[in-house]
Design a binder for this molecule. Structure first.
Ligand code: ZN
Length: 488
């Protein structure tokens, strides 16, 4: 079996052949750390977590780099306008890096809840200013950029004379020009297609770094060209991200990399499709932007209830990453039931009485599962085979099929590998076991606090209470002892 990957660049599936097997380099555009993580953050994270896990399962040594965009670029117009992070920092009197850290922490916490593995390297744009300035300098040297009023712009038309600008997104430079002409007046660039690779900072802009062009900050696209090549080399295997990043972000990345380093870096471009809610695009202005926290708690008017992070993960994996995915209460509740059926079935394996002979063919199940995964990570088909297997297990438990001891063991191992290791789905049952243990440990600590007070060791008693408060355990003293609860 050979893994095939749909390459956005060639618009077709290709057999995956890494540059330096068994090593694989993978770069995925990470979050802009501003605002609560929402569903739009979850889909690329889960998509490339599946890719990461599956490549590792196939025996590859994967270096997975996912960046943190923290120099505060705007979403709507990345070259102009007020910087989001600066704005938030001014409003709340926080250091810009404090805002960055706050949202980064929140993002990481949500990723843990979704059982998304941490990347091998998580570089931040603000930590690579010198390298970004070096690339801007190289692009200038090679004649593909020009300086204007402290900003440096990439000269798209000059680049397009010898290179195919638009090759990834399938856009033509003439069409792009025709569509953007009306913007021309308000901009200081030579052409509306040009984009800032270094931007002069306005006086009120808080995140700024000195450069030979004046104080400013790097253009958004530059960080990915720089950090991918720094950690994965001049050429590497996989670059991923959401389809919304295809243009202009990834198109500009290619142009910068070629203009600066002389050749293209990426061998396989992968893009996940977008998420909609009740058939609508999500967005703050549409009033349907639901944060992951709200999905988990159910605290939003569009949600009938809260959904476990594993339900969200399972729901996403039930669609192929290149298909659009629509969220609704009905669909989520169906996913919730489906996931329960899957976990119940896995538990049933332990309840089947072993037989002398097997009437089922486990090898086929495994073969179908891996064929689906090898076909561009087709998780919905792979999951459907897992459900076929569950039907067989349930039949065996009902005495309608038979499985030997050996087959039952193989079956348990296979489901563990497929469901937990590759799909990253963990039964809630394990969670509840951990919760029980946590509860016992909290009680133990609180009992020790009471003992400390009895012994007049008030320092110790206070320390236990304060440290627990710091960890989010609220302790209330009562007549008979104590009560506690976890602050969410
Ligand atoms: Zn990027």
């Amino acid at each position: 079996m050979k893994l095939s990957i749909y390459n956005t660049l060639s618009r077709g599936k290709e057999i995956f052949e890494p540059l330096h097997p068994p090593s694989v380099g993978m770069y995925v555009c990470g979050p802009t750390v501003y605002g609560d993580p929402h569903l739009g953050h979850a889909r690329p994270a889960i998509t490339f977590d599946l890719v990461f896990r599956y490549l590792k399962h196939l025996g590859y040594r994967v270096r997975y780099v996912r960046n943190i965009t923290d120099v505060g670029h705007l979403e709507a117009d990345r070259d102009f306008g007020e910087d989001k992070i600066s704005k938030k920092a001014r409003l709340e009197q926080l250091e810009p890096m404090e805002v960055v850290q706050m949202y980064t922490n929140e993002y990481r916490l949500k990723m843990i809840q979704l059982n998304v593995l941490p990347p091998s390297i998580e570089p931040s744009a603000s930590g690579h200013i010198i390298e970004q300035q070096a690339l801007v300098e190289k692009i200038l040297e090679n004649g593909f950029a020009y300086e204007k009023k402290g900003s440096v712009y990439f000269d798209v038309e000059k680049y397009a004379r010898d290179h195919q600008y638009g090759k990834l997104s399938g856009r033509k430079i003439e069409d792009l020009l025709a569509n953007t002409r009306e913007l021309e007046k308000q901009q200081e660039k030579n052409s509306p297609l040009d984009f800032a690779i270094w931007k002069n900072a306005d006086p009120e802009h808080l995140m700024r770094w000195p450069s030979r062009w004046g104080e400013g900050f790097p253009g958004w696209h530059v960080e990915c060209s720089v950090m991918s090549s720094k950690y994965l080399g001049a050429e590497f295997d996989i670059h991923g991200g959401g389809m919304d990043l295809l243009f202009p972000h990834h198109e500009c990345e290619i142009a910068q990399t070629v203009a600066g380093y002389g050749k293209e870096a990426v061998r396989y471009w992968m893009h996940n499709n977008m998420v909609t809610l009740n058939g609508q695009k999500m967005g703050k202005s549409l009033g349907n932007a639901i944060s992951l926290e709200q999905f988990f708690s159910g605290d939003h008017e569009l949600l009938e209830k809260g959904y476990h992070p594993m339900t969200i993960r399972f729901f996403m994996l039930q669609a192929h990453y290149r298909s659009p995915l629509d969220f609704s209460n009905e669909a989520l509740q169906a996913a919730e039931k489906g996931l329960e059926r899957l976990f119940d079935g896995m538990e049933t394996i332990g309840k089947v009485t072993p037989a002398e002979k097997s009437s089922v063919d486990l090898d086929k199940l495994e073969k179908y599962f891996f064929e689906a995964m090898d076909d561009d990570f087709n998780s919905p088909i792979a999951i459907s085979h897992l459900f076929d297997g569950i039907k067989t297990i349930n039949s065996a438990a009902a005495g309608k099929e038979s499985m030997t001891e050996n087959d039952l063991g193989k079956c348990r191992q296979f489901y563990h590998m497929a469901v937990r290791d590759i799909l990253g789905l963990v039964p809630e049952k394990r969670d509840s076991g951990e919760q029980e243990l946590t509860g016992e440990l909290i009680k133990l600590l609180l009992q020790m606090r009471i003992d400390a007070r009895k012994n007049k060791d008030f320092d110790m008693a206070d320390r236990i209470r304060d440290e627990m408060a710091r960890l989010g355990v609220e302790v209330m003293d009562t007549k008979d002892g104590f009560e506690w609860k976890l602050k969410r």
